[in-house]
Design a binder for this molecule. Structure first.
Ligand code: FE2
Ligand code: FE2
Length: 166
């Protein structure tokens, strides 16, 4: 059922939304104000995607027989952590400066590499572990996963500073 999985379709659609923002963030020719707005959209969406992926999809992968899926689940979580750390650094520097700009580009590259790997290697392997029932259950769990209350709100109106998740 490669690529016809409902769960994988949900994840891939969200990756599309993420890619639309990383395309802006990695392009230094785009004005900083526009890249800043892109970051503001990306931050809550990416954080939520990663948390849900860890909680629902990576947890499922850890239960699978394929060794590589269990290892990818662990690696994926580490990559999410790297993104998280970089985002925190971006929130700590002047958003109009070159340092922020460089960090934004590196974040976009990191995210793109991560989601490419998920789509090209991990999801096909995951699809081999799914049948119709488990796929529907996985998709349902993913869709109904509660949204954490403290999901980041990138630019709070008073300080113009993001509130990191957690
Ligand atoms: Fe991920
Ligand atoms: Fe993902």
């Amino acid at each position: 059922m490669l690529y016809t999985s409902h769960a994988i379709k949900l994840l891939t659609e969200e990756h599309g939304t993420i890619r639309a923002e990383t395309k802006i963030l990695r392009n230094l020719d785009i004005p900083q104000t526009e890249r800043k707005q892109s970051f503001a959209r990306l931050l809550p969406f990416l954080t939520l995607h990663s948390k849900k992926e860890e909680k629902i999809v990576y947890s499922f992968m850890k239960l699978c027989d394929q060794d590589e899926l269990r290892i990818w689940a662990l690696e994926g979580k580490e990559e999410h952590l790297l993104m998280d750390q970089l985002i925190r650094k971006m929130l700590a520097v002047d958003i109009s400066g070159e340092e922020w700009s460089a960090k934004a580009k590196v974040l976009a590259e990191l995210v793109d590499h991560h989601i490419d790997e998920e789509e090209q290697e991990i999801f096909p392997a995951l699809a081999r572990e799914l049948n119709e029932d488990s796929d529907e259950q996985l998709a349902k769990n993913y869709e109904t996963q509660n949204v954490p209350e403290n999901i980041p709100r990138p630019f709070n109106s008073e300080k113009n500073v993001a509130q990191p998740y957690r």
